[in-house]
Write a protein that binds this ligand. Structure first.
Ligand code: SAM
Length: 198
């Protein structure tokens, strides 16, 4: 395994492995490196924590999370596409801190509460309330693939973006929307201490 250094930016070897797998599988929904570095930061902030991801894809986001994973942390990710899950699992087979599950995102629930949750496939749109409930107090939620909006409330394609508004104004979250590129953004949120536990 070797890392790729582009200008001053290091791309972890497992990210490169997962990107290769994505290319071979024709999978085009992997997170971008700007989001990846956000994921690494979130994982590094919880060195003994439970780090979760819904929607493994080929493992690009998983690999970024893994690059910040503490010795005492665990990383659990789930993917419903069996072939992608199998390929991603092979990338992390040598690290017992990592579990790649195959099936619906709700398989993650038995590993909650999460100290970091990259909600990227399942949950984000279909059960946002449950997504928040699965966070530990102080747990960090990352959601990517939003389109920056100059309006408040935020709009997407002319309509109020109710989903983004839900996360940004949830009473149990302190949330921020951050630009990941000039044309894309992510929501990063922390669950307040003292919030109701599942
Ligand atoms: C945006 S892609 C994930 C990209 C990946 N997280 C990354 O950062 O490279 C979304 C993935 O979620 C998976 N997915 C969608 N709905 C799901 C569900 N209900 N349960 C599990 N996986 C799901 C899709 O098969 C797809 O691979």
């Amino acid at each position: 395994m070797s890392e790729l250094i582009t200008s001053d930016r290091v791309v972890p070897a497992r990210v490169l492995d997962a990107e290769r797998l994505a290319a071979e599988a024709g999978f085009a929904k992997s997170c971008i490196a700007e989001v990846g570095r956000l994921l690494r930061t979130a994982a590094a902030a919880k060195p003994g924590g439970v780090v979760a991801e819904s929607g493994t894809g080929s493992g690009v986001g998983t690999a970024w999370l893994h690059s910040g994973l503490g010795d005492g942390a665990r990383l659990v990710t789930v993917e419903r596409d069996e072939e992608l899950a199998r390929g991603a699992a092979a990338i992390f087979a040598d690290d017992e801190r990592v579990s790649v599950l195959t099936g619906d995102w709700r398989l993650l629930e038995r590993h909650a509460p999460f100290d970091v949750f990259f909600c990227d496939g399942g949950g984000k749109r279909d059960d946002p309330r449950r997504v928040v409930e699965l966070l530990a107090p102080g747990g960090i939620l990352v959601l990517d693939d939003f389109t920056p909006s100059a309006d408040w409330p935020p709009r997407f394609e002319g309509e109020v973006d109710e989903l983004r508004l839900f996360y940004l104004t949830h009473p149990e979250l302190d949330a921020a929307e951050v630009l990941t590129t000039p044309t894309s953004s992510a929501v990063v949120a922390a669950r307040r201490q003292g919030a109701r536990q599942t």
